[in-house]
Design a protein around this ligand. Structure first.
Ligand code: PEP
Ligand code: MG
Length: 651
């Protein structure tokens, strides 16, 4: 079985945990097998299993005498207060720098406290105790059942998932009532200081925080049998950068305490009990990651300049204002993509003008005069506000569409929701007064959309100035080049745009006609497809010729080898997530522009996947000093662009 297990790609994640030791002796060697799941936060990590053992609670059910109801009320209130106290302790002192709680975690724990403090939780449960003469634990279960049925008809994903938060809190109160430990306290101490991969049915955000705080455990990965990528636990894992997968079916039954696991969220796989032959490569990867992150940190203060003196601008991508801290830490040259739509998601209302202004200002101030590119909300597609939020501004969620990523998305959505768009535009303009702002239009496919944005801008500017607000004089307007229509008419678009930013994630799916979220065609969707390579070189060339700034902000720019290609093709600005920024900088500073140009020329001429592979093979042979990036590894792998499924023999 072990021979069939594919070794993972060499990931360039920068987390630092000591790798797990090799499995002990031959006779103890366990069966090697692989499981799969849905990735929440990418990355790979080798560690020992720790199981969250206490699963289902067996809730006691007994009847009480009328005279005992008061005592049950007191038990109930006492247990609820205990949990509230535990949660508040978790948040700790906001000024304690050793105890920094991420903003998302704080919000989720506040939410859980609110659930517990909701007077109806106590009063309705007390009613059940009084009317049915049952114990407090059982009354809570009955209350939860009622809530479950009232949540059943809710179609909105965000609100529907809140029943999970309520269930988690009710279960915690029941544990206190029954004198049982919290699930996170059931995790036993790690054997040594090796990394721990936590395996559980589900987890609450508070559990993650408690576990992260335990000095005797170093939680390096999370594997949940159930769970969802939209849960607060998942959002928190992403903000803490913990590799995580959900829906790993059968994991709790098939793994045991202390099993060695290689969690490869980048490839959606879990390798359990790797063989002795596999261990050195896996452990090597873990060690490389530790060394890598230390080495990369030393690059923060250096400029991104090639060996032969060409400087490339390195910008950061962010989704929420909190993300700016990492961009600042890595001393990026600015923000190339602020995906503002995340401010509008996962909430029951829409952020108002003042709230948005504050959010944009906090990012602009943190960047201290460096460029901040705020992308107009790219809502629609897979990024929709909740139905309740839309209702709050008098709009309604449109009926499900067959292919939402090609539907009323990005700027199309804004045109259809003028009130919402105007509020955002006013907020961006107000925030522009405190720094250096650019506006980026998502999903541009008609030149008239640029003119529309400029008109809305002019109208908002006039209104704001009349109201006494200050607005920056010059706010460049750029377009996302992510739809083939914009590529083919780029020279015309550039006449009305101040700058352009290429969204390779969308451009690739529309260019190759392979849905970026559809696993069955995932093998076709690769930025090193010959058509993509050629198109990107043309786009860069046209922008350079027109004298307009151009950057690439899609995920492809974060691959160090692909970054070399883009720079070789003439690009001088890249925008990437903080996690990958320093690896790109390292590679570019170790490369020569003339060499990158040669690479770009060769790749641009490729007609087939086989041609691309030959160019990459030769480059790797000529440059053994460069570790193969993920793109290089996938080009060299057999199934690059589905090659192994094609019959290429002459008929
Ligand atoms: C892109 O499409 O490459 C891009 C950066 O936008 P998003 O991934 O947010 O669609
Ligand atoms: Mg896009």
């Amino acid at each position: 079985m072990a021979e069939n297990v594919k070794l993972p790609d060499g990931a360039d994640e920068n987390k630092s945990h000591p790798p797990a030791e090799a499995p002990c002796s031959e006779e103890q060697a366990e069966e090697t097998f692989q499981l799969s799941g849905i990735p929440v936060f990418e990355g790979c990590v080798l560690g020992h299993v720790r199981l969250l053992t206490e699963g289902e609670l067996d809730i006691p059910h007994f009847t009480i005498e009328k005279t005992q109801t008061r005592a049950e009320f007191t038990r109930l209130r006492g247990a609820i207060n205990t949990v509230i106290r535990e949660l508040e302790e978790l948040l700790g002192d906001a000024d304690d720098s050793d105890n920094v709680v991420p903003a998302e975690a704080r919000a989720f724990i506040d939410l859980h406290c609110e659930i517990l403090k909701d007077p109806s939780l106590i009063s309705e449960t007390q009613d059940i105790i009084r009317d049915r003469l049952v114990n407090a634990e059982w009354a809570l279960s009955m209350r939860l059942e009622d809530l479950h049925s009232s949540f059943e008809d809710i179609e909105d994903d965000y609100l529907a998932e809140r029943i999970q938060d309520i269930s988690q809190m009710v279960e915690r109160v029941q544990r206190v009532l029954m004198g049982r430990r919290r699930p996170c306290d059931t995790v036993s101490k790690a054997m040594s200081d090796t990394a721990v991969i936590l395996v559980s049915e589900d987890l609450s955000p508070a559990d993650i925080l408690t576990l992260k705080r335990r000095g005797d455990l170093s939680v390096a990965g999370l594997l949940l049998e159930y769970g969802s990528v939209n849960s607060h636990t998942s959002i928190l894992a992403r903000s803490l950068e913990i590799p995580m997968m959900v829906n790993v079916s059968g994991i709790r039954e098939r793994v045991h305490e202390d099993d060695v696991i290689f969690l490869n969220a980048s490839e959606s796989t879990v390798l359990v009990n790797p063989s002795e032959e596999q261990m050195p490569a896996l452990a090597g990867m873990s060690r490389t990651r530790v060394g890598n992150s230390r080495r990369l940190r030393t690059l923060r203060s250096r400029s991104c300049t090639t060996l032969d003196g060409t400087t490339v601008e390195l910008l950061g991508n962010i989704a929420l204002p909190e993300d700016v801290a990492d961009v600042v830490k890595n001393r990026a040259d600015g923000i190339g993509l602020f995906r503002s739509e995340f401010l509008f998601m996962n909430r029951p209302d829409m952020p108002g003008e003042d709230e948005q202004t504050q959010a944009y200002e906090s990012v602009i101030r943190a960047m201290k005069g460096k460029i901040v590119t705020i992308r107009i909300m790219d809502l629609g597609g897979d990024k929709t506000p909740t139905a309740q939020a839309l209702e709050s501004i008098g709009e309604s969620l449109e009926a499900a569409v067959i292919n939402p990523s090609m539907g009323r998305r990005g700027i199309r959505f804004c045109i259809e929701h003028p009130k919402l768009f105007k509020t955002q535009m006013r907020a961006i303009l107000r925030a522009s007064a405190v720094g250096n702002v650019r506006i980026l239009i998502p999903m541009l496919s008609r030149i008239s959309e640029v003119l529309h944005v400029r008109n809305v801008m002019t109208q908002c500017r006039r209104e704001l100035e009349a109201e006494g607000f200050r607005v920056a004089d010059d706010i460049p307007v750029g377009g996302m080049i992510e739809v083939p229509a914009a590529v083919f008419c780029l020279e015309h678009y550039l006449k009305v745009l101040d700058f352009a930013s290429v969204g390779t994630n969308d451009l690739m799916q529309f260019m190759i006609a392979a849905d970026r979220l559809e696993p069955s065609v995932a093998g076709l969707c690769h930025p090193m497809h010959p058509a993509m390579l050629r198109m990107l070189a043309e786009v860069i060339g046209k922008a350079v010729k027109a004298g307009k700034d151009i950057s690439v902000c899609g995920q492809a720019a974060a691959d160090p080898f692909f970054a070399q290609y883009l720079v070789g093709a003439g690009l001088r600005s890249l925008s990437v997530d903080s996690v990958g920024m320093l690896a790109v900088k390292e590679r570019l500073t170790q490369s020569r522009l003339d060499d990158n140009r040669c690479l770009a020329r060769n790749l641009r001429r490729c007609a087939s996947a086989g041609d691309v592979r030959r160019v990459v093979q030769k480059y790797q042979k000529d440059h053994p000093e460069f570790e193969p990036s993920r793109f290089v590894q996938s080009v060299l792998a057999e199934d690059f662009l589905g090659l192994d499924r094609l019959s290429l023999d002459p008929l």
